[in-house]
Design a protein around this ligand. Structure first.
Ligand SMILES: [Zn+2]
Length: 288
């Protein structure tokens, strides 16, 4: 073989070697990023080889002033869509019914699953996600009533399996983002207020009812402040503003999208940091 023929032969060999390298895929290279869209044989080929990370959105259905009653579902589902690629994670079917407090359960459309049932339900879902091969699990929570049940459930599965879990309550993190986008005080948002409405509007602006908000009046749709020292049933409003004069809805969709993207980026960053540290600790434990 002369030199001229040897070079193409080497190139052919190199090209044949490339497919084995390209097998190191990311979730973004796959056909779907929702686990339920695969048949089980394909899922078995993906988990844990291509990814051992899964996002579980959880929410509920409850009244939120002029915002759609599915707000707590639309938000975590949309945030999951905004972070899966960066996190190299699949998305699990979401849990769309949750534990809604008594004070809102009197309003049309509010549905509640008892807290003890929620814990068992989330426990079973997490346990089987781990059985499928997922090791790093991000729960994006859209509803405060779910937090304690979900934390207890993930604590139990952690004890039993050693899998890694993070749950995020979007309203308790990165208060500076509201300040950056809306110029408001960096404080925890209320319920069905500016920030929650922004996260829903980023998904679909039609899901916030501006006409109804204006017809009823922002101070009638909601009430400002924390209820301290007394309890009332039912709640006197289904929107809670953080304090007087603050947290009113802003119908600027561009700002809503900017706020939502920043929130999503923050969630992806904390999860990736956690995965990095979990994996580092696993290696230390194995003395690698
Ligand atoms: Zn909500």
């Amino acid at each position: 073989m002369n030199k001229v023929k040897v070079i193409p032969a080497i190139l052919i060999i190199l090209c044949l070697a490339v497919p084995s390298l390209s097998q190191v895929q990311k979730v973004k290279d796959l056909k779907f990023h929702h686990m339920e869209e695969y048949c089980w044989m394909r899922l078995a080929a993906i988990v844990p080889g291509i990814t051992d990370r899964i996002i579980l959105p959880i929410g509920t259905v409850e009244s939120h002033g002029a915002v759609a009653i599915g707000a707590d579902n639309f938000i975590p589902n949309n945030l999951a869509e905004l972070v899966w690629d960066k996190c190299n994670a699949l998305i699990a079917p979401s849990i769309n019914h949750g534990f809604t407090g008594q004070s809102l359960s009197n309003f049309p459309g509010s549905i509640t699953v008892r807290e003890e049932i929620m814990e068992e339900y989330i426990y079973d879902v997490l346990k089987h996600l781990v059985r499928t091969g997922f090791k790093n699990i991000l729960i994006i929570n859209g509803h405060g009533g779910n937090t304690e049940a979900a934390k207890r459930a993930m604590g139990r599965v952690f004890n039993e399996t050693g899998a890694h879990f993070m749950i995020v309550d979007w309203w308790k993190m990165a208060f500076n983002i509201a300040n950056e986008v809306y110029g408001r005080k960096a404080t925890q948002s209320g319920h069905g207020d500016l920030e929650e409405a922004a996260l829903v509007m980023a998904y679909n602006p039609a899901l916030v009812d501006k006409e109804m908000y204006e017809k009823l009046g922002k101070d009638n749709v909601g009430r400002a402040g924390i209820d301290a020292g007394f309890s009332i049933l039912p709640a006197w409003a289904t929107t809670r503003y953080p304090e007087a004069g603050d947290g009113y809805l802003d119908f600027d969709v561009k700002k809503a999208r900017e706020y939502t993207q920043k929130k999503a980026d923050y969630i992806a960053d904390v999860f990736l940091e956690a995965v990095k540290r979990w994996e580092m600790m696993e290696k230390w434990k194995k003395n690698e």
